[in-house]
Design a protein around this ligand. Structure first.
Ligand SMILES: O=C(O)[C@H](O)[C@@H](O)[C@H](O)[C@H](O)COP(=O)(O)O
Length: 260
């Protein structure tokens, strides 16, 4: 059985501070063990919340980071809907601006723009990018990420895995596609559940009151009704970083003390 840690902070700013310490530790552990740190980002508010203090953290060896996208919208990389563009603005460019050693560009695994208009080809290409980054290094049947950072939508979706959609059943592929996403834009690629569940560390970052009821159902009642409730590590640990609002409906004994 995996370890589930639910951390509650007074504000979104404290969530960002805690994530900075947490990621520094996980990055150092992975680099000491394997010489690199493989991390996947989602979109939404997550990149900004994660990057707030991280971009000034001089204790982190960003040159050893390999950055991936847990899901991506099939749009050009400079499009306002692109998760790559968001992570570039919030994290990659800010690290570069403030430091001598940035994350090398060939260690950032973005959607291949050639396939932006064909989600099936884009997913296949992204799976090949994962294969080239993981096979022979850290793969069993699925890649083993050091850290996957997830958000949760108001319908309980995570990555681009939406409630009731067939992508939730995918057990073979590492990356799959969707062309009828209930949330625009419709065409996307996404990690599959086995890839998410295979990571060493899976972190949900969820702030704001809108998701408090779903969080209560997932964390207190173990609901499997929502894609986020199906995240269940096979080898690693699961962490939820919440603020006072998103955790407001959780029964208090579910909440762990944040410590490193
Ligand atoms: O691709 C998307 O549509 C978004 O990236 C989405 O999956 C997001 O991660 C969640 O809806 C949480 O978003 P917030 O953190 O902004 O609430």
């Amino acid at each position: 059985m995996y370890e589930k840690n639910v951390y509650n902070f007074q504000s979104g700013d404290l969530v960002s501070q805690a994530l900075n310490h947490f990621i520094e530790k996980k990055s150092a552990e992975a680099i000491a063990k394997t010489g690199r740190f493989t991390v996947a980002f989602s979109g939404g508010s997550l990149p900004k919340t994660v990057a707030k203090y991280l971009v000034n953290n001089k204790a982190i060896d960003f040159s050893k980071w390999h950055v991936f996208f847990a899901d991506e919208r099939c749009v050009p990389l400079n499009h306002p809907d692109s998760n790559y563009a968001l992570v570039k603005t919030e994290l990659l460019d800010k690290i570069k601006a403030g430091r001598l050693v940035a994350i090398p560009e060939d260690q950032v695994y973005a959607l291949n723009e050639k396939f932006a208009s064909n989600s099936e080809n884009a997913a296949e290409d992204y799976e090949h990018q994962l294969i080239s980054a993981f096979v022979g290094k850290n793969t069993v049947r699925h890649p083993v990420f050091d850290l996957i950072l997830l958000g949760m939508g108001p319908d309980g979706h995570t990555c681009s895995l939406f409630p009731g959609f067939p992508q939730l059943q995918e057990n073979e592929k590492w990356v799959t596609n969707i062309d009828n996403s209930p949330k625009p834009p419709p065409s996307r690629i996404t990690f599959t559940l086995p890839v998410v569940n295979n990571a060493h560390n899976i972190v949900f970052v969820t702030t704001g009151a809108g998701k408090a009821s779903i969080i209560h159902e997932i964390l207190d009642q173990n609901s499997k009704e929502y894609p986020s409730g199906l995240v269940s590590p096979t080898r690693g640990n699961l962490y939820w970083f919440l603020d006072n609002e998103s955790s407001s409906k959780i029964v208090s004994h579910s909440i762990s003390l944040f410590g490193l």
